[in-house]
Write a protein that binds this ligand. Structure first.
Ligand code: FAD
Ligand code: NA7
Length: 548
């Protein structure tokens, strides 16, 4: 242990870098900084193992809705060659095994403290280092702080009246127990129909005695089309791994399919129908939204055409007209696009029902179940909260981050998160937030990996200059936020309430939290800023600015 500072409480370990989180981001960043660059690194994760999202979300049906060949790291061709995904859309246990394999293959675990939450991280103006404390009382000092805290990680459990009186079992999908639960003789209630609820309901419908869905807003969802990965597709990627991932990074969403450049209303109604049907058959939510036409997320008219197509499919699939009515979405098709393994079909089971709680709200949770405003009570043995997350900023707001002059991140982000390129909040020197806000809205692993590489190179470059600090200027941060807002306002994604707008938690500020300009544009802009000597950033020795 490298101890060069001692306080009244004892020695403090001195590290080059501290990383928060051991999911896709934390593991990749650790590998790049410790194994590739030779820095001393410590990772903390409150989880008992690696995996992040895939450690916590063990609910039945949990799986990626990105195709496996692009929901992977690409930094090592040997890793890519040796790992065989069994399915086009891998299930949670398989993704967790993959990340455990990565941790073992690159000997990462020895640098990770599990079951340890970081509670505070303060930038020390006197030392130009971060002082970090954990809930176990450990204190470390590091020149650099990198967060891999995840966007969808801190659970959102709304305060439903009477919830503590329920005598059955309750679960939140993202804090699922590590053992199998048998629902065969259980009357299950599920609150929430986001991506998680849709997966869970589809899986549990046939496996429970009865399943009642408490739905606030119906969703657009298209088939995923699960199945084994065709070997020739994987072989083609392996033959040109770098080229393939480069093209993924130059795309908008990093989902690995060709995004359409054709506006929906520029073709005939028959051609639109043909394209929608073709992509409905191919499967995948992002493919349906971004692979069919270029402007489903931009033009209300085009959006309505896609929405109408999905509504038509729901009418064909769901046999009971009353269930079909409740399940038919009426808002813009402008939340994260979902895909499923037979979600709407599940409601054809006589044991699966849906209650529209916008029509008849939940009045309270009772000892026996859920009572609606109309007075009807649904008796339940189990209530599952599929109510999502305190998204994007949730894990940040649970840690006491302080930057220069003791400024709290909570205050800096009081009106919504801000950070240059979604990675560098101004005033928080030597801090990087991997896949932080406002950053690209993509399939995450390729974007995460690209940012980790940029951070590793930046740290080495700044250290190589003998500099003490690296930080974004307030002007650059503001300009980035203004650009993010302008781009997002040109889309339909800001016209509806959903987690990316911060509206899922009462009282949270509604804010643009993503760069909707696409990953390709993001990479290009950051590459240009870097080549221009880190334009928009300040690199300093203890007191004077270094000319990069
Ligand atoms: P995470 O995996 O969320 O890891 C963050 C880690 O930080 C956690 O392990 C957490 O314990 C830790 N942490 C939090 N607070 C502290 C603290 N105070 N101290 C120490 N550690 C802390 N994305 C896609 O691109 N495609 C998909 O198909 C997809 N499917 C998803 C399905 C589900 C059910 C969910 C929930 C998310 C999905 N996502 C998907 C998003 C997913 O979160 C990312 O793809 C990716 O796993 C994020 O990795 P990460 O390392 O950035 O964050
Ligand atoms: P989401 O997408 O935020 O979904 C949460 C669901 O819970 C959604 O249907 C909400 O209704 C519902 N919800 C939330 N709060 C309440 C209250 N108070 N009452 C009733 N219903 C409520 O989270 P997920 O976990 O499904 O998915 C998040 C991301 O993780 C997803 O995009 C993937 O990337 C993985 P609403 O529909 O908003 O009316």
């Amino acid at each position: 242990m490298n101890v060069s500072a001692t306080t009244k409480d004892g020695p403090v370990e001195q590290l080059d870098v501290v990383i928060l989180g051991a999911g896709f981001a934390g593991l990749c960043q650790l590998h790049k900084l410790r194994n590739d660059k030779g820095l001393s690194v410590r990772v903390f994760d409150k989880a008992g193992g690696v995996g992040g999202t895939w450690y916590w979300n063990r609910y039945p049906g949990a799986r990626s809705d990105t195709e496996s060949f692009v929901y992977s790291y690409s930094f090592d061709p040997r890793l890519y060659d040796e790992w065989e995904w069994s399915d086009r859309y891998p299930r949670q246990p398989e993704i967790l095994s993959y990340l455990e394999h990565v941790a073992d293959r690159y000997d990462l675990r020895r640098s990770i403290r599990f079951s340890t939450s970081v509670t505070q991280a303060w930038f020390n103006d006197a030392t130009n280092r971060w002082d970090i404390e954990t809930d176990t009382g450990e204190r470390v000092s590091a020149k650099w702080l990198v967060t891999g805290l995840g966007l969808l990680s801190a659970p959102n459990i709304p305060k439903f009246k009477g919830m503590e009186t329920f005598t059955g079992d309750t679960y939140h999908t993202s804090r699922w127990p590590h053992h199998e639960i048998d629902f065969a003789d259980k009357r299950v209630g599920v609150i929430g129909t986001g991506s998680t609820g849709v997966q869970l309901i589809t899986e549990l419908g046939p496996r429970s005695k009865s399943l009642t869905v408490f739905q606030r807003r119906p969703q657009y969802s298209v088939p995923a089309r699960h199945g084994p990965m065709p070997k020739h597709e994987v072989a083609a990627i392996r033959n040109d791994l770098a080229g393939y991932f480069d093209s993924v990074l130059r795309s908008g969403t990093c989902f690995g399919f060709t995004e359409s450049a054709v506006p929906a209303m520029s073709v005939s109604a028959e051609e639109r129908e043909r394209v929608f049907e073709e992509n409905w058959q191919k499967g995948g939510g992002f493919r349906f939204m971004f692979g069919t036409f270029a402007d489903i997320g931009i033009s209300e008219a085009s959006n309505e055409e896609a929405a109408k197509f999905v509504r038509g499919k729901i009418a064909q699939i769901v046999k009971d007209p009353e269930k079909a009515r409740k399940l038919t979405p009426y808002t813009l098709y402008a939340r994260r696009p979902l895909c499923d393994a037979g979600y709407f079909e599940t409601f054809n089971l006589p044991t699966v029902d849906v209650i529209d709680i916008a029509e008849d709200p939940m009045a309270e949770i009772t000892p026996k179940g859920i009572r609606l405003k109309s007075g009807a009570e649904v008796e339940l043995d189990v209530i599952i909260f599929a109510t999502g997350f305190d998204s994007v900023t949730g894990n940040f707001s649970r840690i006491d981050f302080r930057g220069r002059g003791g400024q709290k991140l909570k205050d800096h982000w009081a009106h919504g998160p801000r950070a240059h390129f979604g990675m560098c909040p101004a005033g928080f020197a030597n801090m990087f937030t991997i896949y932080g806000p406002p950053g690209p809205f993509t399939n995450q692993p390729p974007a995460i990996e690209w940012q980790c590489e940029w951070v590793a190179n930046t740290i080495v470059a700044v250290d190589g200059m003998g500099a003490a600090t690296f930080e974004a200027t307030p002007d650059a941060e503001q300009q980035w936020l203004d650009d993010c807002i302008a781009i997002a306002d040109g889309t339909l994604f800001t016209k509806i309430d959903w987690w990316a707008m911060g509206t899922e938690i009462p009282g949270k500020p509604r804010a643009v939290m993503f760069f909707m300009g696409g990953m390709g544009a993001y990479v290009q802009r950051l590459e240009e800023a870097t080549a221009a000597g880190y334009a928009g950033f300040v690199i300093s020795k203890a007191r004077e600015t270094v000319d990069a």
